[in-house]
Design a protein around this ligand. Structure first.
Ligand code: AMP
Ligand code: MG
Length: 391
């Protein structure tokens, strides 16, 4: 049995970055940029008004101003502004020559036909200057950026319609267990529904990788072996749930070795998730996750997710907040590092959720995060500051 930190290092050091491909920017959400993105234009490309109002000379704002033109967005102004003149201007329209400020329409009054008066004594310039945001040739998005909606806006702005991104890891999923039925079936006595596979599919999608589900396999060496070979053939990563404990029908490790996967660890000093295993072959990686859904969820979150992100070229670090415990938390056995699901309270403290163990998937439905309790530590005191990892 190895420490969680050792297991994490082995997993992360086994990750390699996949190659790059060029894709349509509209489909690039959650993908990771393989190259810097450079702007082909100045942003903004011309000096423009930030307001609907009147473009004029600041030194004339106390005077009555004659309107000489209306400038719409997308049009080039025809006239330049001279003494006691202004042009009506729309937000985003080009600023006319001669003007050095825009008076907000809300602070103006029409006096007589085609004249305005400003009702305040001073104004901001209300101008957005040419290239104040970005110069042509500037890097606007860095290699390694995980693309969010605002990055898609940036790609659109600089015309990068086919960005280079890292290829998505393909992740095969196999559920093992004679007791499992798919969610559309009513389980008979002694059966349970397969929840892990669908949780994993969603977790893999959330990371931005591609899940490929290979169904439920019976606890039979031959069937699992054949499914493993098939899944390894067409995927970069294989996740298998169940069958990794020490029961009479848990022979996944034996099968993986037969499939030429070198097992690097098969037990981690964590709770839940002790029977987590990990192995490698050339350009293939194997995670054996426990069958229990809370264990599977957490070990994916803690080990598989950082691994997949590294394969995708994304430098992931989880988000933690430090908050005090609302109550004392005690455990009898401190031989393993424990992960405890918690919620945020209204008093800015952390409350462990009711949690009956690694099969209690319902507990995670209420959890906002997880906290850790180190080996040899039995108590988290009320008020003790803990690191909360959002889930
Ligand atoms: P195992 O790792 O096969 O010993 O399974 C540990 C526990 O997790 C057993 O109670 C299984 O019934 C349960 N389990 C295994 N696979 C799944 C699954 N895909 N969905 C939900 N529970 C499962
Ligand atoms: Mg099983």
């Amino acid at each position: 049995m190895i420490l969680f930190e050792e297991a994490y290092d082995i997993v992360i050091n086994s990750a390699y970055t996949l190659g790059k491909e060029q894709i349509d920017f509209k489909n690039s959400l959650n993908r990771v940029l393989a190259k810097d993105v450079v702007s082909d234009i100045e942003i903004p490309p011309f000096t423009k008004s930030a307001m609907d109002g009147y473009a004029c000379r600041r030194k004339d704002i106390k005077k009555e101003l004659e309107i000489i033109e209306t400038i719409r967005a997308g049009k080039i102004p025809k006239k330049s502004i001279s003494k006691n003149q202004c042009s009506k201007i729309m937000t985003g329209a080009m600023l006319p020559q001669g003007a050095d400020c825009v008076l907000m329409v809300e602070h103006t009054k029409e006096t007589e036909d085609n004249k305005i008066c400003y009702t305040k004594s001073d104004t901001n310039d209300n101008i957005i200057y040419k290239n104040e945001d970005v110069k042509s040739g500037d890097i606007v998005l860095k290699k390694g950026t995980k693309i969010k909606p605002q990055h898609i806006a940036m790609l659109a702005t600089v015309g990068c319609i086919r960005p280079f991104v890292i290829r998505q890891p393909k992740v095969g999923i196999i559920s093992t267990g004679d007791e499992l039925v798919e969610p559309n079936k009513k389980p008979k006595l002694s059966q349970i529904r397969n929840s892990n596979a669908y949780q994993l599919i969603a977790q893999i999608q959330q990371v931005g990788a591609i899940p490929n589900y290979f169904g439920i396999t019976k606890d039979s060496k031959d069937i699992i072996y054949n499914t493993v070979l098939k899944a390894l053939h067409s995927n970069d990563v294989l996740i298998l749930t169940g069958g990794v404990s020490m029961g009479d029908f848990d022979f996944v490790l034996e099968i993986m070795e037969k499939a030429n996967i070198k097992i690097l660890f098969n037990k981690v000093a964590v709770k839940p998730g002790k029977p987590t295993s990990f192995g490698i072959a050339k350009n293939k990686t194997f995670f054996g996750l426990p069958g229990n859904p809370v264990s599977s969820f957490l070990q994916f979150e803690l080990l598989v997710k950082p691994f997949l992100y590294k394969m995708m070229g994304f430098d992931y670090s989880p988000f933690y907040v430090k908050l005090p415990m609302a109550v004392e938390y005690k455990r009898k056995n401190a031989a393993r590092k424990s992960f405890i699901p918690v919620t945020f309270t209204n008093e800015e403290t952390i409350m462990p959720v009711e949690y009956h163990g690694s099969a209690h998937i319902h507990s995670l439905s209420y959890a906002d995060g997880i906290i850790f309790i180190q080996i040899n530590k039995n108590i988290l005191k009320k008020g003790e500051i803990v690191n909360v990892r959002r889930i």
